[in-house]
Design a protein around this ligand. Structure first.
Ligand code: BES
Ligand code: MN
Ligand code: ZN
Length: 488
């Protein structure tokens, strides 16, 4: 997308559409007022006629307003005078939905919406994200014959206001990362396998700023990654740990690690899941997808930070050689694990990747991202991702980034008091903690492989995709991860 900054008067602006706002008291923004004046009261007449009242995200598209150079005017309601982040996102979504398929240039006059919390920079970034997000469509496995005619899309955005070019470019890069994560998440599980994901990393490495290496299942077995292998071995698709290294700050600066769960399909294994909605377990690699998306954004922005993106990927299948409840395996750390439920596989592939990553790269911080527990989804729904950490600095950084990017998190407990729920009679720990506090006991399990390193865990079971008629991956938490890392 092309971006342009303009200070010309709204009525004189050549564009396919100009977007202006009014609030719920019917008060026009300065830009809307300028258009009203130039058109001899055309806008005010529509408000008096009750065509639009100014409620949050209400829209009215007016073609061919006389006295206005733009081909159309889009009136958008901004609701209460002091716009909050959730309302802001609705407003931008409505704007992008209405204008996102128009040809030409879309001009945006949104400065009336700026307030202390939501700065002009913030609005610019979120606007670019909203347009980028609206442009996403999954077509990869749709039959060519039904393909609709290629939709047109705006050639560019014209921002009426201060020079917010950097924010627009950042928003564009985040949207590209989000859309990449959505695309990987939505891919069917017969295509999106651990090997295919490794191939995606290889394609990202066309950019020389990214260095990619892959550990395959055989190597991992020889290394002693018994927890990882216990999950991967039941599938004919070989498991992989994928490592993407972006060193924008040089090798002497600290490196930060993000690690994504990449179960490309989770049947539950021998502890087989019930059939209903089982197709959605293709989304069990959305943590991995968010790591890919974040790396994609970083490659577009090229910030001066060092980031290792790791993906731990396998398919969880029942098979003659699959793990059984009661099996005891030795993890890469040397700690033994009694597998009481083969459906608690995410923590098994994550724990060996944590050990490997911390050992090899000595990261200054680690954040893992995983569709880890139904319990987290039950607790937080589709609104917040679960945040678990004992590191207050990391908690603060992630919460700040989440709030800024509208990619919300809610902190859940990770106290030592819960650790005993993982006690096992036959190994150093069990892989499940019983029926209570399921999201926390999963985090407790992971914590045992991160000792001494600042670490946080994001459980995205409820936020990574939506079900129902609009079934699809959300691309979360790419916006959160990008903003967190850019703060490093
Ligand atoms: N991938 C699932 C978690 C999940 C389930 C995410 C549904 C989103 C929607 C994970 O591997 C899993 O099966 N977890 C179990 C753990 C249990 C066996 C302790 C769960 O949450 O039921
Ligand atoms: Mn599972
Ligand atoms: Zn899973």
């Amino acid at each position: 997308m092309q971006y342009q900054i303009s200070s010309s008067s709204p009525a004189d602006l050549q564009a396919s559409c100009i977007v202006v706002t009014l609030d719920q008291s019917g008060k026009l923004s300065d830009a809307a007022q300028a258009i009203d004046n130039a058109s001899g009261g055309f806008i005010q007449a529509r408000i008096d006629g009750r065509d639009i009242r100014g409620k949050t995200a209400e829209t009215l598209l007016l073609p061919a307003v006389s006295g206005i150079k733009a081909e159309r005017v889009l009136l958008v309601g901004s609701g209460k005078e002091d716009v909050k982040p959730a309302a802001a996102q609705k407003i931008l979504k409505a704007i992008a939905a209405t204008t996102g398929k128009m040809d030409g240039q879309i001009a945006l006059a949104l400065s009336a919406l700026v307030n202390d919390e939501l700065t002009e920079t913030w609005w610019a970034e979120q606007t670019a994200m909203a347009f980028g997000s609206a442009a996403y469509q999954f077509t990869e496995t749709k039959g060519k014959k039904d393909e609709p005619e290629a939709d047109s899309a705006p050639q560019g955005l014209i921002w009426l206001g201060n020079d917010v070019t950097d924010a627009l470019n950042k928003g564009d890069a985040v949207a590209n990362g989000v859309n990449f994560a959505r695309e990987l998440g939505n891919m069917p599980p017969n295509i999106c396998t651990p090997s295919w994901l490794a191939g995606q990393a290889g394609e990202l490495a066309a950019d020389k700023a990214l260095d990619v290496s892959v550990l395959d299942e055989e190597e991992l077995e020889e290394m002693g990654a018994g927890a990882f292998v216990s999950v991967a071995k039941g599938s004919s698709e070989p498991g992989k740990i994928i490592i993407m290294k972006y060193m924008g700050a040089g090798k002497d600066a600290p490196v930060h690690m993000i690690l994504g769960k990449g179960i490309t399909f989770d049947t539950g294994g021998i502890s087989l899941k019930p059939g209903q909605k089982m197709d959605e377990m293709k989304y069990d690699m959305c943590g991995a997808a968010s790591v890919f998306g974040t790396m994609k954004t970083l490659l577009q922005l090229k910030p001066a930070i060092n980031v290792i993106g790791m993906v731990t990927s396998a398919e969880n299948m029942p098979a003659g050689n699959a793990s059984k409840p009661g099996d005891v395996v030795t993890s890469l750390s040397g700690k033994t694990i009694e597998i009481l439920n083969t459906d608690a596989e995410g923590r098994l592939v994550l724990c060996d990747a944590l050990t490997y990553g911390i050992d090899h790269f000595k990261p200054a911080s680690v954040v893992d991202i995983a569709t880890l527990t139904g319990a987290c989804m039950a607790a937080l729904g589709e609104v917040n991702s679960g945040l678990f950490t004992q590191d207050e600095t990391l908690a603060g950084e992630l919460q700040t980034a989440a709030q800024y990017s509208c990619d919300k998190v809610w902190r859940l407990p990770l106290e030592d008091d819960y650790q005993e729920l993982l006690d096992s009679n036959f190994a150093d720990m069990a892989n499940i903690g019983g029926p209570l506090a399921g999201a926390t006991t999963a985090a407790c399990f992971l914590s045992r492989f991160t000792e001494g390193t600042p670490w946080a865990h994001l459980d995205i079971a409820g936020t990574a995709w939506v079900g129902g008629a609009k079934k699809g991956a959300t691309g979360r938490p790419v916006p959160l991860l990008v903003n967190y890392l850019l703060g490093k």
